[in-house]
Design a protein around this ligand. Sequence first.
Ligand code: KG4
Ligand code: ZN
Length: 329
Amino acid sequence: MLILGIETSCDETSASIVKDGIDILSNVISSSLKYHKKFGGVVPEIATRHHVENIDKVINRSLYDAGIKTGDIDAVAVTDGPGLVGSLLTGISCAKAMSYSLDKPLIAVDHLKAHIYSAIMIKDAPHFPFIGLIISGGHTRLYMVKDFDSFELLGDTVDDAVGEAYDKVAKILGLGYPGGPVIDRLAKKGNPNAIKFTCKAVNGTLDFSFSGIKTAVLYHTRTQRRRDTKAQGIKDICASFQEAALKVIVENSIKAMDKYKIKTLVIGGGVSANSRFREMMQREAKYKDFKLYFPPMSLCSDNAAMTAGLGYKLYKKGIKAQLDMTVRV
Ligand code: KG4
Ligand code: ZN
């Protein structure tokens, strides 16, 4: 079964053809990132305009790369939220038009669940239930995942998402947007014990808070400006911030697995590309003997392959959307 996936929740315009939920025949991504950089974050209007101008080309390219025609598509899956309203609406409108004109089923796909699915788009996928961890620019959440459409929220951030904290710290340090990849790179050459930043679970729960550590970085750079704006100082700040921010995510994930006696952790979202985080988690998985699933690097950030893949699983469960569906923010 061939599913066309469409993803436009943020600044990536993406279309993909996936066969039977796991075989990615094409995955085309056109990002408007370069137009947002000078503003230090994603500007919703610019993102929407980019989607409107590019969605038809991206879909055509995904069909071409997969070597198929529109008539070969069995269903259309589209991200319906969470995300930017105008951006989501562009993808949804396009998906509805294609579903109606081709007379093929329409499937609405949750973006966060799709991020989790990106790590298990494989033949030997783990059985339910498992603990799902989303670490992205907009969310930091732990879920008990019971089925493709059954996610129970266990922990959430009470303020900033971890990716947002990376982006804000990068802004404070003058490193540009997005912050994750550059901090990941600079932290490799820094000392993670140079500065004592703390980041703890909220009142011993499975909830997170990242705004405190962001403010601590801000005050640290203000008071230490002369010394720490030197190259090594910035690397030390990156390494120390990253170590503290990632440690709490590792700890809460393990706490969730212990609490619910689950030995499988599935991770998705942009921050799952982080090299230090992968290292920390892999060490824990070995030590505590649990199964760990990360997405391949190509599926860490927003893409339509995970949308099409999860769309297939939902379709198999008989879950379809109607033409009056709309954005869920
Ligand atoms: O999942 P994603 O592409 O978009 C959302 O749905 O939010 O995540 C984007 C976030 C950004 O905050 C970016 O800084 C972060 O993922 N990110 C990283 C890395 N690559 C991207 N954070 C830490 N380390 C990375 N290597
Ligand atoms: Zn995302």
